[in-house]
Design a protein around this ligand. Sequence first.
Ligand SMILES: Cc1cc2nc3c(=O)[nH]c(=O)nc-3n(C[C@H](O)[C@H](O)[C@H](O)COP(=O)(O)O)c2cc1C
Length: 171
Amino acid sequence: MPKRILVAYASRTGSTIGVAQAIAAVLTESGVQADVVPMPDVKDLSLYDAVIAGSPIQAGAWLPEAMEFIRDHRTSLNQKPFAAFLTCMTLAMGKGKYRDHVSGWLEPVRSMVKTRSEGLFAGALDIGKIPSLGDRLKFKISVLLGIWGEGDQRDWDAIRSWARELPKSLS
Ligand SMILES: Cc1cc2nc3c(=O)[nH]c(=O)nc-3n(C[C@H](O)[C@H](O)[C@H](O)COP(=O)(O)O)c2cc1C
């Protein structure tokens, strides 16, 4: 079992941080030291036996800084057990109908680093926290049209149950 695991995250409006912290809390309960660090702050992977990296989806992709993290650390990530997760609002719709489609959004990550486990989670949409005015307007209209649902759709049971399997899959 890995002794020390990095849980690296990217986030725009904060909800993926909560997911990263929940994953780390489960790992800690199982006796693993888990460090939760924003991806741009990660400098040295040599401290870690395994890495878990997660990002929200925007426009069908991980955030640019998350992809940069994978590109920058690709060599060392390929020498360690690695797991990836995403948060998105598509998974809050259609009762699981879009899971395969959402899984495809991790393909650019898989093409660079082999994943031992992948977590696909519904996220949270808080329009007031979206930094860009244009995006806020776009999302307000989409919510009014019923294309997106607003609110916190994070499924903590699903997140924790994925995290409980990680010490084994990252061994
Ligand atoms: C500008 C923007 C674009 C988004 N694009 C998508 C998308 O293409 N597909 C999707 O399922 N969710 C999309 N979302 C929803 C986010 O992935 C979701 O709200 C996520 O949980 C936000 O995480 P964060 O709070 O850590 O930034 C988008 C959200 C924003 C603000």
